[in-house]
Design a protein around this ligand. Structure first.
Ligand code: SF4
Length: 229
């Protein structure tokens, strides 16, 4: 079944001032003390492991990998077969194992074992695109950025914050309308919302605290009411 990104209702009034209210309500639901922060290299590797893989598999796999190879130096020297063995539960594990080893080698050789802070340099690493680089900026370095994954893209469109087809465009549009002070947390809030309530299929709008500010939610709730009347 296809994900449904868009509601049929008019654009809502969420642009501008109501962003504060959306963030406030999501924060109340997903307290910030449970957010994930880590060393930039670990964030980078975990984000690569997470591509097309469920979080329930990604995080334990990343922990196992870092138990054996804790940083770029260790991973650069690690046998490829051993990396593959440890991460075999994630999708495309052979390709990812190669990339991780290659990235570790580059980071050790060219950057003294530390992930570069410049997004442009990060995006030159194999398999690293803007979303991964933004994750490292936010969760590794604590710099403001907006990583746009499938949850952020879907929910931003459902709410009516943006009308975009591509995550890259969503990132550009969100940066125009989301105050910078919220960039560091917007990904985590929307990812958690996407996992728990605003799921790809059958979002639970009836229990969503931002339904009245969401195009898709308002439309869904109106349809339900009409069916009941
Ligand atoms: S009302 Fe909430 S759950 Fe429903 S689409 Fe909007 S954000 Fe998602």
């Amino acid at each position: 079944m296809r994900e449904c990104f868009y509601g049929k209702a008019r654009l809502s009034n969420v642009k501008g001032k109501d962003i504060d209210e959306i963030i406030k309500r999501l924060r109340a639901l997903y307290p910030p003390d449970s957010f994930r922060r880590s060393d930039p290299f670990r964030v980078l590797v975990s984000t690569i492991l997470s591509q097309r893989t469920n979080d329930k598999i990604t995080y334990p796999t990343a922990e196992k990998l870092f138990d054996v190879f804790p940083d770029a130096q260790y991973l650069a020297k690690a046998p490829l077969s051993k990396i593959e063995e440890i991460i075999h539960r994630v999708n495309y594990y052979k390709t990812k194992a190669e990339r991780i080893k290659e990235i570790a080698n580059i980071i050790v050789r060219d950057f003294g074992g530390k992930v570069p802070r410049e997004p442009k340099e990060m995006c030159e690493l194999p398999g690293v695109g803007p979303k991964t680089a933004n994750c490292v900026l936010v969760f590794g370095f604590g710099f403001p950025a907006i990583p746009v994954d499938t949850h952020v893209h879907r929910i931003s469109n459902r709410i009516g914050l943006v009308r975009t087809k591509e995550p890259e465009k969503t990132e550009q549009e969100l940066k125009k309308i989301i105050p910078r002070k919220y960039w560091i947390e917007i990904n985590e809030l929307l990812v958690r919302h996407g996992q728990e309530i605003c799921k790809p299929i059958k979002p639970e709008c009836a229990k969503c605290p931002i339904a009245e500010m969401c195009d898709f939610g308002m439309n869904a709730l109106k349809t339900r009411k009409n069916e009941r009347d």
